[in-house]
Design a binder for this molecule. Sequence first.
Ligand code: FES
Length: 66
Amino acid sequence: MYVCICNSVSDRDIRRAAEAGVRSFVELQAHTGCSTTCGCCEALARQVLNEAVAETCMQLPAAAAA
Ligand code: FES
């Protein structure tokens, strides 16, 4: 689904960004352009990013977390 209509950023784009190392909302904006126009999507974009980062971190091997 589209999260940011203004910049055509989908939840998949946000998940891919998290997998590529994006960890903060500012980084997400720089990486995808999400929420850089009207800002209406910010709350949803933050929610999707937080979930994506949590999922990405849970997939790290145990050795990487040590
Ligand atoms: S909907 Fe994302 S900046 Fe407008």
